[in-house]
Structures are given as structure tokens and as C-alpha cells.
Design a protein around this ligand. Structure first.
Ligand code: PLP
Length: 377
């Protein structure tokens, strides 16, 4: 059924890459010890500061996937025996907990039913019972369940304590208009293949002045103090992901050209439309408080994996569930898409559901989406 273009990607990473960025990525490599690279690197840094509304130079880019920057956060800002709370409400929350334990931290798992968002009062209560707790590790957007954690509310709690708020914002940066300084976030982590609309291989780690006090540099490759010294000067400790840095400059130019308020508002419209569309055919939005970067859907009356295969048959790739959600949900990412693109994903969903025997009116799901879009745009 596909003749003119390949698969369309609606997964929460990697995401489709805009033409403007692909052009930059396709160019001949430049050497990193050159004035040209240095200028591009420093420009990417300036744009990154604008993205998060901060003048602080406290951030580094790493040549790694997002998990690398997560591990770097644990290694550089905590020591063996440090007590931390990990909010575990999905696959990525589990990752925080595992990284912490691997490096000898005493991790208190705050277990949530998958799909639920953390109640900030529970965190505050735990911190009262463990005043020596040095960190709270959480996702802003838990991509495995589609749940949103209110990191702004958590920031109000950790700000007045000797506790660092460590936020995996890998599917939130570039989607939400995040202001880490204002919100009391201490460490913020991002990754290129999500809403930065780049291939995988570049990660970002931003940290507060408060976090800087406990910096250790307890890693060779992911050494934040050494990287920072170089990076403020437009250099890197090791060979950087040169093409991705050039791509990042382009991607930040696109995001800031639109303005993060508008980017967030656009994702909100898409998320609302997709939620109403899937509900109109009897499916359930899985998380209680959903993010706007993706929608996790529990199909009713059809098998999620069969539905995913049907969608793939017409050229639309969405993600299935991970871990204990395998076979229970599908995840449709909005990242890198314009509102009208979601019609493609939803028509594949609708056709797949009909082929699997779901009794719905033709156009029900897509029509609900376009109707919602029209009322909101
Ligand atoms: C994608 C993702 C990661 C990082 O995954 P990598 O494969 O290492 O890039 C971490 N946290 C969340 C919430 C993610 O969506």
C-alpha cells in the first residue's frame, strides 16, 4: 500500500526529522577543533539558554543517548551512600532507581501504579521522614505510561530543603515551555531523538547553582566539571557528536522561531484532539494525567499488538507497551508532527480497528480529531 514514501514514524523516539534539519545533517563533516565548529557550538549553547529561559552556563552536551545524561546526573552530583527518592511509575522511573542502585546510592522507591502521576504530598511526606534525603529523581513525562509528573509542584517542596530535584525531561524539553530556574529544578536532562527532532546520540544536562555545590566529577567520560570548563569555551573534552551539534543549532532555531509558548500550545491542541478521537471509538487514554508529547492508549475490543501491526501494514509506526504494559497499550507520539499529521496516525488506527472487527462509524475517530482541531485552532 506504500509507493511514494517510507514508513511514517509516530513513536516516542526516534521521531521524524524536519527537512531543514536533515539538510544540515547531510552535509560533509567539519572538524571540531575549528573556529567554524566553535562558533556553531557556542551558538547552540546560547540558543539552549534561551530555550529554558536561563542565563546560567551550568549545562553540558554529551555524545550519548538520553540514558547517558541520566547516569551522568547520578555520578556527578551524588556519592555512594547518598539517600535519594526515585519516583517509580513506569519504565523510565525504574531506570532512575536502577542507575542509583548501580552506583551505590540508597534509593527509596516511591512506587506508583503505572499510569498514575505522583502526588507531591507523598514526596513531601517522605522527605519529612527522611530529612537526610539528598535527591528526588523523577520524570516530567514518563514516556512508558504517558503520565505527567508535576515537577513544578515538586520544585516548591525541594527548593527549601537540602535536596536536589533531578528531572528526566527527555520527552518534555522542546514540548513544554520548561523554566528550570523558576521552577526550582536542580538537574534537567534531555535527549536529541525526542522533541529536539534529531537522530539519537546527543544528550543535555543542565544544573542549578545549588546542584553545583555538590558536583564531584566521579566519572571519566561523563565528567561534568571538565566538560563544562571546555564547553563554555566552545570546545569539548572528547570528540563531540559534530553533526548533531550542528543539527541542534538548527532545531533550536526552529523551536525558538516559533516560540516555546506556541510550540507548547500546538502540542496541547494535538494531545487534546488525539485523546478525544480515541475516546470517541471507545478506547481509553491510559494515564490519569496525560502528557502532551504522546498519548498512551488502551484499545478496548481489539488486541493492542494486532492493532499496531495493522497500523504498520499501512505505513504508520507507533510504539507498543513496555515492561508490564506490553500487550496492553499502544503509544502514539506527537513529537515532531504538525496537527494535521496526526490525521495520518488516526486514520491508520481507525482502519486497523475496523479490520480487527471493531464496530464504528467510518470516519468517527478522524472526524472527532479534525472537529477538535477546528474548534481549538
Ligand atoms: C527516551 C527516554 C529516555 C532515554 O532513552 P535513551 O534510549 O537512552 O535515549 C529516558 N527517559 C525518557 C522519559 C524517555 O522517553
Amino acid at each position: 500500500m506504500r509507493v511514494f514514501r517510507g514508513e511514517r514514524i509516530f513513536t516516542p523516539g526516534p521521531v521524524e526529522i524536519p527537512e531543514r534539519i536533515r539538510e544540515v545533517l547531510g552535509r560533509q563533516i567539519i572538524h571540531h577543533r575549528t573556529p567554524e565548529f566553535r562558533e556553531a557550538f557556542l551558538e547552540a549553547r546560547t540558543l539552549f539558554k534561551r530555550l529554558i529561559g536561563s542565563d546560567s552556563e551550568n549545562f553540558v552536551f554529551f555524545a550519548s543517548s538520553g540514558t547517558g545524561a541520566m547516569e551522568a546526573s547520578v555520578l556527578n552530583f551524588f556519592r555512594e551512600g547518598d539517600k535519594v527518592i526515585a519516583v517509580v511509575g513506569g519504565k523510565f522511573g525504574e531506570r532512575w532507581s536502577q542507575i542509583g542502585k548501580r552506583w551505590g546510592l540508597e534509593v527509596i522507591d516511591l512506587q506508583l501504579e503505572w499510569g498514575k502521576s505522583v502526588d507531591p504530598e507523598r514526596v513531601e511526606d517522605l522527605l519529612r521522614r527522611h530529612p537526610d534525603c539528598r535527591g528526588v529523581l523523577v520524570q516530567m513525562s514518563e514516556s512508558s505510561t504517558g503520565a505527567y509528573h508535576d515537577v513544578k509542584a515538586l520544585g516548591e517542596i525541594t527548593e527549601k530543603r537540602d535536596t536536589l530535584l533531578v528531572v528526566d525531561a527527555i520527552t518534555a524539553l522542546g514540548v513544554y515551555n520548561i523554566k528550570p530556574e523558576e521552577w526550582g529544578i536542580d538537574i534537567l536532562v534531555g535527549g536529541s531523538q525526542k522533541a529536539f527532532l534529531l537522530p539519537p546520540g546527543l544528550s543535555m544536562l543542565w544544573f542549578s547553582e545549588k546542584a553545583k555545590e555538590s558536583i564531584s566529577g566521579r566519572s571519566y567520560y561523563f565528567n561534568v566539571p571538565e566538560e563544562l570548563k571546555k564547553q563554555v569555551d566552545g570546545q569539548t573534552a572528547w570528540t563531540p557528536a559534530i553533526s548533531l551539534i550542528l543539527g541542534l543549532r538548527e532545531s533550536l532555531t526552529i523551536l525558538l522561531g516559533a516560540g516555546m509558548e506556541k510550540v507548547e500550545a500546538t502540542y496541547r491542541v494535538m494531545a487534546e484532539g488525539v485523546r478525544r478521537a480515541v475516546e470517541s471509538i471507545g478506547f481509553r487514554v491510559f494515564p490519569e494525567n496525560p502528557v502532551i508529547s504522546l498519548t498512551a492508549v488502551e484499545p478496548k475490543g481489539v488486541d493492542p499488538e494486532a492493532l499496531r501491526r495493522e497500523m504498520l501494514r499501512v505505513g504508520v509506526r507507533v510504539a507498543g507497551g513496555q515492561g508490564k504494559l506490553k500487550g496492553r497499550i499502544i503509544r502514539i507520539s506527537h513529537m515532531g508532527h504538525d496537527p494535521v499529521d496526526m490525521v495520518v496516525a488516526l486514520s491508520a488506527l481507525e482502519m486497523g480497528a475496523v479490520r480487527l472487527g471493531l464496530k464504528i462509524r467510518p470516519g468517527e475517530c478522524v472526524g472527532t480529531y479534525t472537529g477538535t482541531l477546528q474548534s481549538m485552532l
